[in-house]
Design a protein around this ligand. Structure first.
Ligand code: GDP
Length: 594
C-alpha cells in the first residue's frame, strides 16, 4: 500500500490496546498479534506509546499522527509521589539532569547483596582516611564520568516501605535473576512492584559463571513475564553478569546510564528541598542518625527539616564515605544528625523555615493519621471503589491468586474483558498458591485488592491485611468473582462534572495565627470566593495546592461568600505554604447534563 492510500488517524501519546483497536477498526486480537510480531507483549488494557501504536496502525493501513491536544491531566496522579509532582511543578528552565537512583530487586539468594558489594568496591573510591566503609543505605559510583546513586537496602522490604508511603525513591530497578535458577516468585513480585511504580526495569542475569547457568531459559521466562530481552527485539536490556567473578559489572553500569538517558531524570537544585528517608536509627552517643536521599533542591547544614514525625536543625551532613559535607543536591544520599526523633524509612523530608511550621506540619500529619486509624480498617469492595471515585485513579488494581494454573487463565481473561470506558482492571500479579504476606505487601503498596479463587489466606497474611487495611476476597465460583468485580466497576463510573469558575482572589498579606497556621489576607479580584467552593492556589503558572477552604472571614466574622473588591482572610485546608502574590481561584463542580 503506498503512503497516499494510508488513512490518517490521530492518536494520543499513550493508548491502551483496546482503545487502539477501537480507533482503527481492528479486533483486539489483531492488535495483540501485530504487537507480538514486533516484540511487544501487551494485554488488552496495557498502555502502549505512540511510536508503537503508529507501527501497528501502519500495518493496518493507517498513518498515525500525534494528537495535538495535551494528554488529559493526571490520570495517574494519585500514584505520582509528592516529590515527583513538586519537580513537575518546577520551572522547566530550572531543571537540570541529576544522577539516576537505582534499586536492586530480585529473588532471595540470586545475588543482590553480592552485586551491590561488587559495584561498590570496584567503583567507589573508599576511605582515603584508612579504608573505613560507611554503610548508610545508599552510595554513589562514577562510570565514564557519570554518577549513579544506588540504594543499598536490597529486598522488597525497603522498596515496599518506600512505595507504601508514596515515596517511590528509585528511577530505575535492576532486577537480579540467577542464570541457574530463573524467574522465581519474588522475581515476579519485584516485576509487579516496579510496574506498579512505573519504574523502568533492567535485568542483571547473574551467576553466569555457574556450570548449570542457562541464560536462554531465563530470557524465555523473562519474555513470558512481559520483559522481552532487547536481543529478541524486546524493550528490556538484559546484562549477563557474575558478581562472584566480577564479570559484566561495567556493562551493567553502562546499561543503567542508557536507561537513564531514556528517562526524564531531572530536578531543580535551587528549588524547594524535598527527599526521602532511606534509613534511620538512634545512636547512643550521636543521637538520631538518618540517611536522606535529596530529590529536589539542595540540603545544607543548618537547615531545619521535618521528616515524618521528626524535626530538627541539621547539625552535620556526611556523604556515603563518611566525609563531612556542607550541602547535598538532587540524588545525593547523606547521613544527617540533628533530628529529635527517628523517622521511618520511606518518610518524606522537607526543609521548613520555622520550628513552628515544623510542629504544625507534624500536628496535621498526626491528625490525618488518627483520622485514618479511626476509619474502618477493612475496606469493602464498595468502599474501596468509593475511594477510587474520590481519587484520580480510574483503574481497579487486583492481585489474583488461584488454586491451579488452569483456573488462572480464564479468570484473567474474563476480568480483562470487564474494563469499561476509561476505567480499567489492572491485574498486577496473577499466580497460583495461597495468599501470602508478600501479596498483602504488594497490595498495600499499590493500593490493590486481593482476590483469591479456590485458595486460602495465610494467617500471617490475614493479620497483615487487617493492619494495612488491605481487602482480601475469596471465591469458589468464577462467575461470583467476576460478577463482584463488575458490580464494583459500575459503581466506579462517576458522573461527569464540569468545573465552573466562581472567582479569583490575590494574596496581599500573610497572617500567622497560632494553632491555626497561615491565613491569606486577600482581595477578591473577580467574581466571588465562596466558603464551600473548591480552590486552586497559583504561583505564577504553577498550581501549588488544590483543595478546600478551611476558613473565610471578613473583619473577624465568618462569611459564606466575599464579593469582588472586598478583602478577606482565607485559610486553606492542610496547607500553609502561601506567599504574597499567589492567586487563589475558586470553582464549583456541576454535574454535566446530557
Ligand atoms: P541475595 O539474597 O540476593 O542478596 O543474594 P547474595 O548476594 O546473598 O548471594 C547468595 C549466594 O549466591 C551467596 O552464596 C553468593 O556467594 C552467591 N553468588 C552471588 N553472586 C554469584 C555469582 O555471580 N556466581 C556464583 N557462582 N555465586 C554467586
Amino acid at each position: 500500500m503506498s503512503d497516499n492510500e494510508h488513512k490518517k488517524i490521530e492518536l494520543p501519546i499513550n493508548i491502551t490496546v483496546r482503545e487502539l483497536a477501537a480507533h482503527i477498526d481492528a479486533s483486539v486480537i489483531q492488535i495483540i498479534k501485530s504487537l507480538m510480531s514486533n516484540g511487544v507483549m501487551a494485554n488488552i488494557n496495557q498502555q502502549i506509546d505512540f511510536d508503537t501504536a503508529a507501527i501497528v496502525a501502519a500495518e493496518m493501513g493507517y498513518e498515525a499522527v500525534l494528537e495535538k491536544q495535551e494528554a488529559p491531566e493526571g490520570k495517574e496522579s494519585g500514584e505520582v509521589p509528592l516529590w515527583r509532582r513538586m519537580i513537575a511543578g518546577e520551572d522547566e528552565s530550572l531543571l537540570t539532569p541529576r544522577p539516576p537512583v537505582v534499586t536492586i530487586l530480585g529473588h532471595v539468594d540470586h545475588g543482590k547483596t553480592s552485586l551491590l558489594d561488587v559495584i561498590r568496591h570496584a567503583n567507589v573510591a573508599e576511605g582515603e582516611t584508612g579504608g573505613i566503609t560507611q554503610h548508610i543505605g545508599a552510595y554513589q559510583v562514577e562510570h565514564n564520568g557519570r554518577t549513579i546513586t544506588f540504594l543499598d537496602t536490597p529486598g522488597h522490604a525497603a522498596f515496599t516501605a518506600m512505595r507504601a508511603r508514596g515515596a517511590q525513591g528509585a528511577d530505575i530497578v535492576v532486577l537480579v535473576v540467577a542464570a541457574d535458577d530463573g524467574v522465581m516468585p519474588q522475581t515476579k513480585e519485584a516485576i509487579a512492584h516496579a510496574r506498579a511504580a512505573r519504574v523502568p526495569i533492567l535485568v542483571a542475569l547473574n551467576k553466569i559463571d555457574k556450570a548449570n547457568a542457562n541464560p536462554d531459559m531465563v530470557k524465555r521466562q523473562l519474555g513470558d513475564n512481559g520483559l522481552v530481552p532487547d536481543e529478541w527485539d524486546g524493550q528490556t536490556i538484559v546484562v549477563p553478569v557474575s558478581a562472584k567473578q566480577k564479570l559484566g559489572i561495567e556493562d551493567l553500569l553502562e546499561a543503567i546510564t542508557l536507561v537513564a538517558d531514556n528517562t526524564d531524570i531531572r530536578a531543580n537544585p535551587k528549588g524547594r528541598v524535598i527527599g526521602t528517608v532511606i534509613e534511620a536509627k538512634l545512636d547512643k552517643t550521636k543521637g538520631v542518625i538518618a540517611t536522606f536521599l535529596v530529590q529536589n533542591g539542595t540540603l545544607e547544614t543548618g537547615d531545619l527539616v521535618v521528616a515524618g514525625n521528626a524535626y530538627g536543625r541539621l547539625r552535620a551532613l556526611f556523604d556515603y564515605r563518611g566525609h563531612k559535607v556542607q550541602k547535598a543536591g538532587p540524588s545525593v544520599p547523606v547521613s544527617v544528625m540533628g533530628l529529635n526523633d527517628v523517622p521511618a524509612a520511606g518518610d518524606l523530608f522537607r526543609v521548613v523555615h520555622t520550628e513552628k511550621e515544623a510542629r504544625q506540619i507534624i500536628l496535621e500529619r498526626n491528625e490525618a493519621a488518627q483520622k485514618q486509624a479511626a476509619a474502618p480498617k477493612k475496606a469493602t469492595l464498595e468502599e474501596l471503589f468509593a475511594n477510587y471515585q474520590a481519587g484520580e485513579t480510574r483503574e481497579l488494581r487486583l492481585i489474583l491468586k488461584a488454586d491451579v494454573q488452569g483456573s488462572l487463565e480464564p479468570i484473567v481473561n474474563s476480568l480483562n474483558e470487564l474494563s469499561k470506558g476509561d476505567i480499567s482492571v489492572n491485574i498486577l500479579h496473577a499466580e497460583t498458591g495461597n495468599i501470602s504476606e508478600n501479596d498483602v505487601m504488594l497490595a498495600s503498596a499499590s493500593k490493590a485488592i486481593i482476590v483469591g479463587f479456590g485458595v486460602q489466606a495465610d494467617v500471617s497474611a490475614r493479620r497483615l491485611a487487617d493492619s494495612e487495611g488491605v481487602s482480601i476476597r475469596l471465591y469458589e465460583i468464577i462467575y461470583r468473582l467476576t460478577e463482584d468485580v463488575e458490580k464494583a466497576l459500575k459503581g466506579m463510573l462517576k458522573p461527569e462534572f464540569i468545573e465552573k469558575l466562581v472567582g479569583k482572589a490575590e494574596i496581599l498579606k500573610i497572617f500567622v495565627v497560632s494553632k491555626v497556621g497561615k491565613i491569606a489576607g486577600c482581595r477578591v479580584r473577580e467574581g466571588e470566593i465562596r466558603r464551600n467552593c473548591k480552590v486552586r492556589l497559583y504561583r505564577g503558572k504553577d498550581i501549588l495546592y488544590e483543595g478546600e477552604i478551611a476558613s473565610l472571614k471578613h473583619e473577624k466574622e465568618d462569611e459564606r461568600e466575599i464579593r469582588q473588591g472586598f478583602e478577606c482572610g482565607l485559610g486553606l485546608k492542610n496547607f500553609n505554604d502561601i506567599q504574597v502574590g499567589d492567586v487563589i481561584v475558586g470553582y464549583i463542580l456541576e454535574k454535566k447534563v446530557e
